[in-house]
Design a protein around this ligand. Structure first.
Ligand code: ADP
Length: 402
């Protein structure tokens, strides 16, 4: 019997239909694999395209950033440096590539303890994966000069491991210059306002006492209003200066060598009301040279003097001493006033803290806080010793120039 294959020509569809099932399957599989390969190729191409786009986008961002940015590998060597960082630091990316971080961050600086020890901080980022920030770090410019810097350093994590660090930073030179200008301006204003105000206050208090003795109740009321108004104005000036100091970055000191004894004497003369002069004794060396930012140390002395006067009765003496002890210049201001309890003493230098003994006396709790910041920015110390009802002694220790 003849089969259809023998005498009837077959169309390709018919041939296809006659292929054994496994062969048909193989053709399908091959077609599917081809399709998959094609798709995979297209996908890879698209992914590569996306990746290229993403990299170009990331580069565009880092290149147009106004902030300096660099990345470090696991051992603290430079990998990438953006144009802003090149501009701020004076190095090109090629020059810094694979150099150690110590090329731009000094391990030790001669700028006092307040300067952040940046390499140590960065090592914390690289070793422990912590994020670090500092507003008063110093980086080294290529020409060797020190740049005041604010930076933030974060770990780069890959597969749960620390792969390096990314550091963004800003040059604070201009901000520091403006802060210095502001401080000088404020010091000038407060100085010029304080002198006439001290005179008004002194005279009004004299008048107040005279009117009390005379029993002139009506006029006494007016004199009291003048005294209170003058006190408030004095407090406002003090607060203005303190607020500016507590907000300022203390690293921006502009120091000069001056005689500390003359500074303390000048502050007593300029800021103490005439009727309080008699109870202040200055016991000091003939002269003692220190390297300080004058307006800031003046501020500390005025704060401590004002407190000694404010928190002690008017007929009680205040002893101010200026002397030297080992490598420090010391100022002590001792009063016989209301004193401070041990519970208050531990919080005394905190922002806005006011002791229980002083609640009835006007104040802001900013003076001691900002004074401590200023003294510590000079590498010194400020502390208080006190007994309630007996009096208080505040001591400022400033390191002597070497
Ligand atoms: P203010 O005097 O404006 O309150 P300060 O920061 O100068 O702010 O002082 C904080 C607090 O410390 C004061 O409110 C007062 O309780 C206490 N204090 C400071 N100096 C003395 C002092 N010489 N005698 C007693 N208490 C003082």
């Amino acid at each position: 019997m003849a089969t259809p294959n023998d005498d009837i020509p077959l169309s390709s569809a018919d041939k296809q239909a006659l292929l054994p099932e496994s062969a048909e399957q193989a053709v399908h599989d091959i077609q599917a694999v081809n399709e998959q390969l094609l798709l995979a190729g297209l996908r890879e191409q698209t992914l590569a395209e996306q990746l290229r786009h993403q990299l170009a986008f990331t580069n565009a961002i880092t290149n147009s950033l106004d902030e300096g940015l660099f990345t470090l590998d696991r051992t603290g060597r430079f990998i990438m440096v953006n144009p802003a960082a090149e501009r701020i630091l004076g190095w090109t990316e090629a020059e810094l590539y694979s150099q150690d971080i110590s090329a731009v961050i000094p391990v030790n600086t001669a700028y006092g303890a307040s300067s952040a020890m940046a390499p140590a901080l960065l090592m914390d980022v690289l070793h422990f994966g912590t994020t670090q920030r500092s507003n008063d770090a110093l980086f080294v410019h290529r020409d060797g000069s020190m740049l005041p810097i604010a930076y933030s350093a974060a770990p780069i994590m890959m597969d749960g491991q620390i792969a390096g660090a990314v550091v963004t930073f800003r040059d604070m030179t201009e901000i520091r210059r403006l802060q210095r200008m502001r401080d000088e301006y404020l010091a000038l204003i407060s100085h010029d306002l304080r002198i006439p105000l001290t005179i008004i206050l002194g005279r009004a208090q004299m008048l107040q006492r005279w009117l009390t003795m005379q029993g002139r109740e009506h006029q006494l009321h007016s004199a009291t209003i003048i005294v209170e108004g003058s006190f408030r104005m004095k407090q406002m000036i003090d607060d203005l200066v303190d607020r500016s100091h507590s907000d300022a970055d203390t690293d921006a000191l502009c120091r000069s060598t001056i005689d500390l004894v003359a500074l303390v004497q000048r502050m007593i003369n300029q800021t103490v009301a005439p009727e309080d002069h008699a109870r202040i004794t200055l016991d000091a060396l003939p002269a003692l040279l220190v390297l300080v930012e004058v307006s800031q140390i003046e501020r500390v002395v005025v704060n401590l003097l004002t407190n000694a006067i404010k928190f002690s009765p008017q007929d009680h003496p205040i002893i101010v001493q200026v002397y030297r002890h080992t490598t420090n210049a010391l100022i002590t201001i001792a009063d016989q006033g209301i004193g401070i309890s041990p519970e208050d003493l531990v919080h005394l230098f905190e922002k806005y803290y006011r002791a229980h003994t002083a609640k009835h006396i006007i104040g802001s709790g900013l003076g001691l806080y900002s004074s401590k910041q200023i003294v510590e920015a000079h590498g010194g110390r400020l502390w208080a010793e006190s007994t309630v009802g007996i009096g208080s002694t505040f001591t400022v220790a400033l390191p002597l120039p070497v």
